[in-house]
Design a protein. Sequence first.
Length: 246
Amino acid sequence: MFLGIGLALTLGACSADELVDVLDAIVVELDGGPAGRSADAPEDPDGSDATSVEEGLTATEWEAALSDLASLPVKGRAAMTGYERDAFGHGWIDVDRNGCDTRNDVLARDLDDPDRPEGCRVLSGILDDPYTGALIEFVRGEGTSQLVQIDHVVPLANAWVTGAQQLTEEERVAFANDPLNLLAVDGPANQHKGAGDAATWLPSNRSFRCEYVARQVAVKAAHDLWVTPPEHDAIERVLDGCRPAA
């Protein structure tokens, strides 16, 4: 992806610590690339048994997820024409006006024992990664920050082709910074996911799949997006396995 002269000048003006923030945002936001797998992916993207029971939702949450899914329009993808990260705002902003940008707020929310000595910038912590189930030590700095990334559960590029083109710029910025749509996760897993939807990528941590697709449909319902037929069917299959015990 061509970053442009303006970004190059921005990087040149950054201090070493600020540069880590800028590069973090660049890597995390490049979710317009290839999906995790091809459109011909098997019914369960990791090739395992799609009928096994998932975990993680209460009866109320499960019913809400089914209701959200039923409310979403089902239709094909729109063209990627015109997609760029800046259509969703220029990086992380302070949506809740607490003085901290969204990335640091999510790190503080999702990490155990976050070290935040100056009130905003998270310097370290431990991530119990929802996507892989691994424990990951987060240490802020060049070469280490990217071990933990902030993922858009519904990727920006996926949103673009399922209705976000029709949103206003203000609505797209709200979508990109919606805490419900953001998770601190394992960096390599996030890169593997790319712009994949539920038909092409699911977390390898099976115990998180119910919550993952429930978040996706909640986010899409909240922001007036749609699902494609394969995406709808994949989410429905996962939710079928999430049925709480009577």
